[in-house]
Design a protein around this ligand. Sequence first.
Ligand code: ADP
Length: 368
Amino acid sequence: MSIINEEEVRNKLSEIIDPISGENIIEQNMVSNLVIKGNNVSFSIEIDPVNKESMEKVRRQAESYVNSLTEVSSVTAVLTAHKSPTNNENSNSTEKDKLKSELLPDVKSIVAVASGKGGVGKSTTAVNLAVSLASTELKVGLLDADIYGPSMPRMLGIKDKPKPLPDKRISPIEVFGIKVMSIGLLIDEETPMIWRGPMVMGALEQMMRDVDWGRLDILIVDMPPGTGDAQLTMAQRVPLSGAVIVSTPQDIALLDARKGLNMFLKVNVPVLGIIENMSMFICPNCNHQTNIFGHGGARAEAEKLNCDFLGEVPLDLDIRVTSDLGRPIVIDQPTGDHAKTYKAMAKIVASKLKSESKTNIPKIIFDC
Ligand code: ADP
């Protein structure tokens, strides 16, 4: 049982005046998603996005007021875009449905695997999740949308080029039970490519619309790293059912992960959870565990952000080597510990997609 009293928190917050209406923020019904977990408090403040700058002061004030309560050890307040809830959400999902039926009519769910920055193991995670999902009864595709650094041909050891079909579409490559398409399969690795904004989306739309994906239960999309404009456009223009965020335990990477999370929440894509990669190093000789990048940061952060933690994958030489050899660890060592971890995380993702409509995913915008 929590020792912090919700009423006490609300009373404290009622001391804060909304500069726009001149009323206190509780009376104005601006506080929502109030969650008390142990000594940690989190809540959203609903605002009109045009007042974002001035409301930042209110957000900070709210955090410090609640923090002044003796039992409270941490407070996270976030600004949420206030909207006429039903209309906005309906129009958003209608648009998404339209986009989906236009681009990928026979794909049930599309899941982005994303990271706030490069090199955290996003592609390794995407590929191992995809083959794990395919090891159940599911029909799975993998779209390498990392236009700037497509790695799927290497990670899956693909040497063939996709074949053109009579209807001018192309067929994806089938490998390890999944269907794969990557820009790396279409252009020569040596060819330098400079991608301008509209070209990125154009290429991606082609890889969705003009590829004969057939019927798929899940299409995993390996996103380009980062949270810039190109990524935001993608998050908006690819009809995503949900997103998985990959992060290393380092603080900086976590800050980036938080940005990644925000990006999806901003465009109303549910975040299915966070995966901590390179979580710890286990010495292959003596089994000693070393926490090279710290450990557990992503789990703690996920809890703070009210987002599910899907699991942790250690930094392991076999994962790197198998990946470079074009045989994902889940395929190479299907009964090993890493395969078990990936399969367990894939299972959570699949079950979340099934119950997505019932899942209570917070629509919050973090200011970071
Ligand atoms: P990103 O897609 O985030 O840029 P990659 O998946 O390409 O990252 O991984 C970057 C490098 O790190 C690759 O060489 C990959 O084999 C390696 N790697 C990824 N995850 C792990 C891990 N858990 N243990 C060891 N090496 C890893």
